[in-house]
Write a protein that binds this ligand. Structure first.
Ligand SMILES: *Cc1c(COP(=O)(O)O)cnc(C)c1O
Length: 356
């Protein structure tokens, strides 16, 4: 397969947004990558071209039965001008695992990885340079066959859009308050919880709205069977720092295997911290919060990196975590990960790839 590149003319470039007011996911660059799939040709006609709307048949399967998967990763501009990707191939490998679960064709990881690098280089002036900002990268695959019958699509589009992103949370790197849902569930054993698919998010919207109404910015999901054990938060995995151990939920098929989660685990082990993957009940969490044994709670994900949690709301009660400020453990992981991503700290795990 040969990648074709159609750069836009200089006078067609869009104005850049204010790097200090970026928010998250609101602005997109001048180009995007796109390729198509059908059964006779497989993936074909890969192109980088002007960012534009897609044309889809209104009967396209994705619009009716949610046959969609995506990824989220970032490119970082360092002070010396280097452009870094962080563990990018692992995102593409995870995308192929999601593809299998959703009956979608796998992508050629090496090919897409090099196309992604081309796209970032063409649009490199879109990588913001304000502190904590980055170029967010969204690979997406959708089923496009125009058929209203329920089945796996035989035609697909894979595309990558990129855009400048500031800090994920409006509040910046300050603790968030979380609503523990004991009414709704996100994913159940045997479902699509470990695939990165829009369907999981569609199912989460109502709980998210109710949390917002109650004044909370995210939902913490419990296991769908007993509604007792912690699973993960909206867009992040979750960690609990107890007096003697750092704990996160195990990958049992219903939670998303986060790359940031894995990075936190590797750093914790490297630093000689006691790190454990095991089930954590809400009872343990609330008792720990009351007794003071639970020192910190924080989420991990590409968009936010680390998001400290100051308060949990569960069954009508609120539980303060620590002193309500960002704790030293969350801060340490944040500083280390961001330091590695922006080339300010050594990269002992080989997570960084310089692309320019
Ligand atoms: C993407 C995502 C995460 C975080 O994964 P990272 O690879 O760390 O960005 C966590 N939970 C859900 C549901 C996700 O979609």
């Amino acid at each position: 397969m040969k990648l074709e590149i159609f750069p836009i003319e200089a006078d067609k470039k869009k104005p850049k947004p204010d790097w200090n007011q970026l928010g998250f996911g609101k602005h997109f660059s001048d180009h995007f990558f796109i390729m198509k799939y059908d059964q006779s040709q497989g993936w074909h006609h890969p192109k980088i071209e002007a960012y534009r709307p897609l044309t889809l048949d209104p009967a396209a399967i994705v619009l009716h039965y949610a046959q969609e998967i995506f990824e989220g990763l970032k490119a970082y501009k360092c002070q010396n001008g280097a452009i870094h990707l962080f563990r990018a191939k692992e995102n593409l490998m995870r995308m192929n695992r999601s593809a299998k679960r959703l009956c979608m064709p796998e992508i050629d990881i090496d090919f897409v990885h090099s196309a992604l690098k081309e796209l970032i280089l063409i649009d490199q002036e879109w990588i913001p340079t304000t502190s904590g900002s980055s170029l967010y990268i969204r690979p997406t695959m959708i089923g496009t066959e125009p058929t209203i019958g329920v089945k796996a699509s035989s035609e697909f589009i894979f595309y990558i859009i990129v855009g400048p992103a500031g800090s994920y949370y409006a509040e910046g790197f300050s603790p968030i308050r979380i609503f523990v849902s004991d009414q709704f569930v996100r994913a159940v054993r045997g479902g699509v919880g470990e695939a990165k698919t829009g369907a999981n998010y569609a199912a989460s919207l109502l709980a998210g709205q109710e949390a917002k109404k109650a004044g909370y910015s995210q939902v913490l999901w419990l296991d769908a069977i007993e509604q007792k054990y912690v699973e993960e938060v909206g867009t992040t995995n979750i960690f609990f720092q107890f007096e003697n151990e750092l704990v996160t939920s195990p990958l049992t098929g219903t939670i998303l295997p986060g790359i940031t989660r894995d990075s936190v685990a590797k750093l914790a082990q490297n630093w000689g911290m006691k790190y454990v993957e095991r089930r954590i009940s809400m009872e343990e969490v609330t008792e720990g919060a009351n007794s003071g044994q639970l020192k910190e709670v924080f989420g991990s994900g590409t968009a936010a990196v680390i998001s400290p949690v100051s308060e949990l709301h569960y069954k009508g009660k609120t539980y303060k975590i620590g002193n309500g400020k960002t704790g030293p453990v969350a801060q340490k992981f944040y500083d280390e990960l961001v330091g590695i991503q922006y080339g300010k700290k050594p990269d002992p795990f080989g997570w960084i790839e310089r692309i320019n």
